[in-house]
Ligand binder design. Structure first.
Ligand SMILES: O=P(O)(O)OC[C@@H](O)[C@@H](O)c1c[nH]c2ccccc12
Length: 258
């Protein structure tokens, strides 16, 4: 029951009075053999779930830090297939839910049905596919649900209210609330209406609302998660892991604890 694993972890975090913290890491950055230990470190540091990026040659939504991590992983020959094999082999060792963040192309190249079956077998709980807008999903959400995986939808600042409501109703697991316009990466400030945007999403979303993009300090973690159910941090985590600066990661996670 992989979807349940994700939803239970999110619910438990909120029931404890904490906020959700989902770190994004690039699979295979530093070598795929490092992945199980990186996951274990983040789980022990108190992460709720992990968003695992699949390296891809044309990552249109990624800023410089994540692009560079993807290039490092690709240069080591890291593939979706190899990542799923590592996840499958280490499934019994971890209890933290894993969500894959991948552009649609690697899934398509793998073969949709086979990829979903292998994700489920590897113990993956959900998928974030940023270049699959709801207008173009077709039958894909049903196939994903048939494999007991959550398709996590993204809400963006530029979506009209009606579209946001549709996205919020359709999302599974949680709603990913993108907090900036543009690509991933650290930001110094958010738009003034960020609180209203997140509070509105909370009102229309039956699932937890988790804010991501541009979050890199404990203060930002606290600020954004005060309007919703928690945060996703990508670039800052990727950079800190790469530089061996793990204290920074622990401090970010600590900011979500009550
Ligand atoms: O790096 P940031 O600004 O902290 O943002 C999170 C983000 O990296 C992660 O969720 C992500 C990485 N690549 C993406 C592509 C689309 C949507 C989300 C993502």
């Amino acid at each position: 029951m992989t979807v349940n694993k994700l939803e239970t972890a999110l619910e438990q975090t909120l029931a404890n009075g904490d906020k959700i913290f989902i770190p994004y890491i690039m699979a295979g950055d530093g070598g795929l053999d490092k992945l199980p230990e990186q996951i274990q470190f983040l789980a022990e540091a108190g992460a709720t779930a992990i968003e695992l990026g699949i390296p891809f040659s044309d990552p249109v939504a990624d800023g410089p830090v994540i692009q560079a991590a993807g290039i490092r992983a690709l240069s080591l020959g890291v593939s979706l297939r190899a990542i799923l094999e590592v996840l499958k082999a280490t499934k019994g060792e971890r209890s933290i839910p894993i969500v894959l963040m991948t552009y649609f192309n690697p899934i398509y190249a793998y073969g949709l049905e086979q990829c979903l079956a292998d994700c489920a077998e590897a113990g993956v709980s959900g998928l974030i596919i940023p270049d699959l807008p709801i207008e173009e999903e077709g039958e894909i959400p049903e196939l994903i649900a048939d494999h007991d995986l959550a398709l996590i939808r993204l809400a963006t600042l530029t979506s009209p209210r009606e579209r946001l409501t549709k996205i919020a109703t359709k999302t599974r697991g949680f709603l990913y609330a993108v907090t900036v316009t543009g690509t991933t990466g650290e930001r110094n400030e958010y738009i003034d209406s960020i609180g209203d945007y997140l509070s509105n999403l909370k009102q229309v979303s039956p699932k937890p609302v988790v804010a991501g993009f541009g979050v890199s300090t404990p203060e930002q973690v606290k600020q954004l998660s005060s309007y919703c159910d928690g945060v996703i941090v990508g670039s800052k985590i990727v950079k800190s892991l790469h530089e061996g600066n793990r204290d920074t990661i622990e401090e970010l996670i600590l900011a979500t604890k009550s």
